[in-house]
Design a protein around this ligand. Structure first.
Ligand SMILES: Nc1ncnc2c1ncn2[C@@H]1O[C@H](COP(=O)(O)OP(=O)(O)O)[C@@H](O)[C@H]1O
Ligand SMILES: [Mg+2]
Length: 338
């Protein structure tokens, strides 16, 4: 199907299971080339079909992705793109979905992934470093899994790993300088509580990675894995001084996840000097209504925002674009567009 979206806010309405999230996911996929539900691409193909194709067009950009048999074929303005890095973040999107609760109560890699995706959107060289770091790390861990480990071989991997690891950690720390304040402010508006973000890298960024890496070589031989580096960094969210992962209520965790996404959008806007497309999936949920409306004011100042909900009774649909997806055949119908 082909749909032309209007400016400003677009409400995506329809009963549960009609495909509202699916529509948002398709838009988000063009920006990040991955699912916001962490779904595998083979599971994003319509049941019984062999492939999927998503195509998006904005004022200055045309992007097309065709996925088939484990391979992505990406085209940017009609030109074939070989590396995912070259297409990532061309269409800037920020999505908030119920899966974002994992950012708070999931394992540390969920929080690292959040910051990695944001850093990649504002600085594509961060993504290149991250991909290179993972490759070297894999080789180094393969070496550590062996019985006999040659010092010289290890040194070769260390020389590659150190500069990449240091740059990644520096950028993670640098980002937090402004980001912390943003999340803190949004979270306070949404929940009335105080937030603190703690970033724990495995080495002191001012001292560099080498010392710590060498100091743990013996332990690494026992554990057969690399113990120092950004792949083991940890972020902790403290709500009124207590670890949100362990102690926060569902409402607080949702508010925090939403605050993180709003801060992501604002950071992208500042650093890339461009507004991302906002994709808000069932944002109303358990969040306090008046507080959400205060925050939505910011969202409304963005040039294009999609808000999907099955609970249209809590919204005013006046003066905004409306797309309704029917239960009958799942085809989105544009009810109103500006
Ligand atoms: N690969 C797929 N092919 C076809 N249908 C799918 C696929 N994956 C999920 N679905 C179906 O899509 C529906 C969910 O769509 P979704 O976009 O989450 O709905 P909504 O957000 O409107 O509640 C479910 O009925 C689910 O079974
Ligand atoms: Mg949904």
């Amino acid at each position: 199907m082909e749909i032309e979206f209007g400016d400003g806010l677009t409400l995506v309405l329809g009963k549960n299971g009609v495909g509202k999230t699916n529509l948002l996911e398709a838009i988000h996929y063009l920006g990040t080339l991955r699912s916001f539900r962490r779904a595998k691409e083979k599971d994003m193909v319509s049941f019984g079909e062999e492939f999927f194709e998503v195509k998006g067009k904005t004022d200055g950009l045309e992007i097309k992705v065709l996925w088939m048999a484990g391979k992505k074929n990406i085209e940017l303005d009609g030109k074939r793109i070989k590396k995912v890095e070259d297409a990532f973040g061309k269409l800037l999107t920020v999505a908030f979905t119920s899966h974002d609760l994992f950012l708070i109560d999931g394992p540390p890699q969920e929080r690292r992934r959040f910051f990695d995706m944001l850093l990649s959107k504002i600085d594509i060289s961060y993504l290149s470093d991250l991909i290179a770091y993972r490759k070297v790390l894999k080789q180094r861990n393969a070496l550590l899994s062996r019985e006999e480990i040659k010092e010289e071989e290890m040194n070769i991997w260390d020389e590659q790993l150190i500069p990449l690891g240091e740059r990644i950690v520096q950028k993670r720390r640098e980002l937090l300088k402004d980001f912390r304040e943003k999340v803190k402010n949004f979270f306070e508006v949404l929940s009335g509580k105080k937030l603190e973000i703690i970033y724990n890298p495995t080495f002191d960024p001012d001292k560099g990675m080498r010392g710590e890496l060498l100091a743990r070589r013996e332990a690494e031989r026992i554990y057969h894995t690399t113990l120092t580096g950004p792949h083991r960094d940890n972020y902790i969210f403290l709500v009124d001084g207590k670890d949100a992962k362990k102690f926060s209520s569902l409402g607080e965790r949702r508010a925090l996840a939403f605050a993180l996404r709003l801060s992501e959008a604002e950071t992208i806007r500042e650093k890339r000097d461009e507004y991302p497309v906002l994709l808000l999936d069932e944002v109303i949920g358990e969040l306090d209504r008046t507080r959400v409306y205060n925050t939505l004011k910011l969202v409304l100042s963005y040039p294009q925002t999609f808000l999907a909900t099955a609970r249209e009774e809590v919204l005013s649909t006046e003066g905004v674009n409306v797309i309704r997806i029917d239960t009958e055949d799942g085809t989105p119908v544009i009810e109103r567009s500006y």
